[in-house]
Design a binder for this molecule. Structure first.
Ligand code: MN
Ligand code: MN
Length: 469
């Protein structure tokens, strides 16, 4: 009896993070697996930020959202989107309440770490033609060698003609790769620190080996590759100057584990939040406050530029809604922002049992235990980090609890051992209440990142509930 009472008390007083798969009905499990399959399909359709924006826009259009420029006036319940430079997408469902009461936003980023080409990339060396590259975002370079890579992007000729390129995704199509030394010859390389195991200038992509014979020119292999590219795309070497070509893992995202409980794939940081935030807003029909889903760009390189979250494009979109709902007045934008609430939807590092030393277990996000709230970010003394107020965290908790969303709270790694930043502060600086709220992710920024299907489903439920309440 006493034993029972003690258990009861513990149940009542202790924070008890439960495995998200426990106590699920078969129907719920089916929903979780089905949602994950749809997510995997989305991931495989869009590997770059532009592809994800295109795919997301398509989903919005199929669910009754229309370009805001199609409207002369807007009313409660209208579903609109705005696209910026094919790299940002803002979707809104207009609320009943005046905009001045504030907005409900969920903001994710569509860009992921990858290998970009240099401006003059193509060269020939010792029987090969290769591309010189400059990586984008925080990659661990040694992870990007000896894996199949595909090419995605755009070349724009000086006359403005746009040529879309994708190579290496189709079954049976050739792929690309970056070489590494055999263990037999890596004695000296092995002495390097892991972070320098492969250097930036060693990330050279193999393109081919066949020389173009009908010439006396040097660099016959490079010439042959350029000839092939000219025949296929009509380009010459100088056209790389005005191109955006990205190399990403050529393999597909898929289920992981004997129990298929996880998803492994490239670009889940932060396309997993893009998808769940997007699916969440599709369910919003007549919200009290205007609900907004943001898919931004350039998060991985510091939020800057005319497609990063520091740009004023969000202001432009909100001002257009204010105009078209006839609510715009001087300083209205600032008032709207200062009453707005945001979930900064970005992944966080999940506890890894193979590398426990960098985590403080009690304050680490765990795979499969639900969506993760991070009250603050920053490094060493919360430096340069955004922090949500206790009042706002309580409000978000309440929304999640009422909607039965499984959530946990955590920070990224041990104190003074690491940390990171998200776009949270860029929105907080506009006067909004913001909290980081995303999924735990294992092997972050690697070519094969890992999420839990149960967390994906909980994120979707969490974002939907947040837009609504
Ligand atoms: Mn991220
Ligand atoms: Mn990232």
């Amino acid at each position: 009896m006493e034993e029972l009472e003690r258990e009861d008390l513990k149940e009542r007083l202790f924070l008890n993070k439960k495995n998200g798969w426990l106590e699920r009905t078969d129907e719920e499990k089916n929903d979780i697996f089905k949602f994950a399959d749809e997510y995997i399909y989305y991931l495989n359709k869009g590997k770059t930020e532009k592809e994800i924006i295109e795919e997301s826009k398509d989903i919005l259009q199929k669910n009754g959202f229309r370009d805001i420029s199609d409207f002369t006036e807007l009313h409660a319940g209208d579903r609109v989107y705005y696209e910026n430079r094919e790299r940002n997408l803002f979707a809104a469902v207009i609320g009943e309440a005046p905009m001045e009461d504030g907005l409900k936003l969920v903001a994710a980023h569509a860009d992921s770490p990858r290998i970009d080409l240099k401006q003059n990339p193509i060269y020939e060396a010792s029987g090969f033609s290769l591309f010189k590259t400059h990586y984008y975002g925080g990659i661990r370079k040694y992870q990007w060698v000896t894996i199949p890579l595909s090419m995605h992007g755009l070349i724009v000729k000086s006359n403005g003609e746009k040529i879309k390129v994708i190579w290496g995704e189709e079954e049976g199509e050739s792929v690309f790769t970056i070489s590494d030394l055999p263990p037999h010859l890596s004695q000296i390389q092995n002495e390097r620190k892991l972070k320098d195991g492969i250097s930036g200038e060693e990330l050279n992509i193999l393109l081919g080996t066949i020389p173009y014979e009908k010439t006396k020119a040097f660099e016959k292999i490079k010439l042959n590759i350029l000839k092939l590219l000219n025949e296929k795309y009509g380009i010459t070497e100088i056209d790389f100057t005005s191109s955006e070509i990205e190399f990403v893992p050529a393999f597909k995202a898929r289920s992981l584990g004997f129990d298929s409980s996880m998803v492994a794939g490239y670009g889940q940081d932060d396309k997993v939040c893009c998808y769940t935030a997007l699916r969440g807003i599709l369910n919003i029909t007549n919200p009290r406050k205007t609900a907004i889903c943001i898919l931004t760009d350039r998060e991985e390189v510091g939020f800057i530029g005319n497609t990063g979250m520091e740009t004023k494009i969000l202001e432009k979109f909100i001002a257009e809604i204010l105009d078209k709902t006839n609510q715009n007045r001087p300083n209205m934008l600032e008032r709207v922002f200062s009453n707005s609430e945001v979930l900064s939807a970005d992944v966080t590092a999940s506890y890894d049992p193979t590398f426990p030393d960098v985590f403080e277990k009690k304050n680490s996000a765990e795979l499969g235990k639900g969506i993760c709230l991070s009250k603050y970010g920053g490094v060493a003394g919360k430096s340069r980090g955004s922090e949500a107020s206790a009042e706002f965290v309580a409000k978000v908790r309440n929304i999640f609890e009422m909607a039965n969303v499984k959530y946990q709270s955590a920070e990224l790694g041990k104190v003074d051992k690491g940390g990171g930043g998200t776009i949270a502060y860029t929105l907080a600086n506009r006067g909004m209440d913001v909290i980081d709220c995303g999924l735990p992710l294992m092997s972050m920024h690697s070519p094969f990142e890992i999420t839990s299907k149960v967390d994906i489903y909980e994120a979707y439920k969490a974002y939907e509930a947040f837009y609504k309440n």
